[in-house]
Design a protein around this ligand. Structure first.
Ligand code: DX5
Ligand code: ZN
Length: 224
């Protein structure tokens, strides 16, 4: 059976109690902490950096999935690796040398991934399939939590799933397929059916009265 992972995004967490919030979702069974880094340049919002990643690191054992919405990318890679990131993903439009940035992330001991905005074609995968560990499809335009899921992500997920399966069938390394934005109880089953194996959920988890209850509700919808 397929492994399915949920990565709660702390973007919608209570930032005054971040340690407790990440411990709660780990205790509820979350597989990853999704960590949204925004720079008010690549996206019109400003969030958190390596300092906060380092601060939450001792609170959980699960992987920290760093989603860089920043431009340029490279200088932050060693900083996040040092701060305890396990996965680092970036948007190809934001790096002058995509192949080099992927290698830089792996050289720092992290899993590397590319993020595709809703209008960004999967063609960016053409020459780097053997150089990444994660493909992340945005199902909203990045910058804010709580937006509505863009339905055209479903056929795009199926196309990415087909590419990844063909790659792995030909002996390639495993690649996780993650989706980010507007994932809710009422659409997560369709998202997984379309091919995602890792679902980011921000407001669906941390918008609930308590995050472990929010996590369990999302996980239950995935199992139904
Ligand atoms: C948006 C971020 C997402 C966000 C998702 O730019 O990349 O990770 O936190 O939040 P929800 O699940 O509320 O759409
Ligand atoms: Zn994200």
């Amino acid at each position: 059976t397929q492994t399915l992972r949920i990565a709660p995004s702390i973007l919608s967490a209570d930032f005054a109690r971040l340690g407790e919030e990440v411990r709660a979702i780990e205790a509820a069974g979350a597989d990853l902490v999704h960590f949204d880094v925004m720079d008010n340049h690549f996206v019109p919002n400003l969030t958190i950096g390596p300092l906060v990643c380092e601060a939450i690191r001792p609170h959980v054992k699960i992987g920290i999935d760093v989603h860089l919405m920043v431009e340029p990318v490279d200088a932050l890679v060693p900083m996040f690796a040092k701060a305890g990131a396990n996965i680092i993903t970036f948007h190809p439009e934001a790096s002058r040398h995509v192949d080099r940035t992927l290698a830089l992330i792996r050289d720092h001991g992290c899993k590397a991934g590319l993020v595709f905005n809703p209008a960004t074609p999967l063609d960016w995968l053409d020459h780097v399939m053997d150089k990444l560990d994660m493909v992340l499809l945005m199902s909203v335009n990045p910058g804010f939590g709580g937006q509505k899921f863009i339905e055209s992500t479903l056929p795009k997920l199926a196309a990415a799933r087909a590419r990844i399966d063909a790659h792995m069938a030909a002996g390639g390394q495993p690649i996780w397929l993650e989706v980010d934005g507007g994932v809710k109880v009422d659409n997560i089953a369709r998202i997984v059916a379309a091919g995602a194996d890792t679902c980011v959920a921000g407001s669906a988890v941390f918008g609930a009265p308590d995050p472990d209850g929010g996590y369990r509700t999302v996980m239950q919808a995935l199992r139904d």
